[in-house]
Design a protein around this ligand. Sequence first.
Ligand SMILES: [Zn+2]
Length: 343
Amino acid sequence: MDPLLKKILEASGISGYEKEIAAIMKAELGKVCDKVETDIFGNVIARKGKGKKKIMLAAHMDEIGLLVKYITKDGYLNFIKVGGIDDRILLGKKVIIKGKNGDVQGIIGSKPPHLQRDEERKQTVKYEDMFIDIGARSREDAEKRVAVADAVIFDTGCGQLHGNLYYGKAIDNRIGCYALIKIMEKLRVAAEVFAVATVQEEVGLKGARTASFKIDPQFAIAIDTTVAGDTPGIKETESSLKLGNGVAITVLEASGRGVIVSEQVRELFMDAAKKNKIKYQLDVIEGGMTDGAIIYMNREGIPTGVLSIPTRYVHAPTGVFSIEDVNSAIELTKAVVEKVAKQ
Ligand SMILES: [Zn+2]
């Protein structure tokens, strides 16, 4: 695994707490762009090239996670969820609390099945009934290491699963962030290209809103992840996307509540993919939105495309993706930007 990708996947940054990943993005984009800054909202905005056109590329750097809500008198932590998380995947997971004086290890616990009544056992345990165990003896003891409002991330590591398939934390959307750096490294066009690592996407596409207003681009691409359908239990009619079959060109998100990519923009992406022999799939999805949904409504409207990398187990502590699809996203973004710059 590329050490840069590993660093990006492992960095912490739940929505609103992106400082650690933002510092990495700023340093890495700084190496391959002309200028990089952080705006009031926390978005990292890098610029490269000169020309009449302004093109914006966006990838959100926040990840889903938890936040400490309350510390019990026995030293256990209650928490809330930040972003869309299925309660069923939380139990027994190892987490890291980002304490003021350093990382604190924790385990998400609940009442074991042996002690549950029959009716209790039939229901899934809700997150409100779980807690994080940090091995503290009391509230006072816990408060030496953690505090209310500390961010909590999953501690799942990352690596190669097999062949081109990799696993890791925060796949959504750190693989997009990684792609963003690689795109800017390769791009040489007669246009002003802005690479934005956005904040607070998972909680309402917020960073993309302020960043696209500031930049006021003539064309934009959001790079994110989408649901792969190649695992047991998912019907082909629900998602036909397969890992390794290429980056997904998103046409419509959230049954139309998200971005609806114009025919012209869709054709532009498909033509560029065909011409450059880049593997792609078409994505029409009933749930989920990307930064593209906000950017395309900026000011009087911005022609915007969305490239999504298919991912297994989206919004779980560990996801699986194909590095081949990440490369397709890099190549296709580059080809489209080159084409738009010339128009
Ligand atoms: Zn995402």
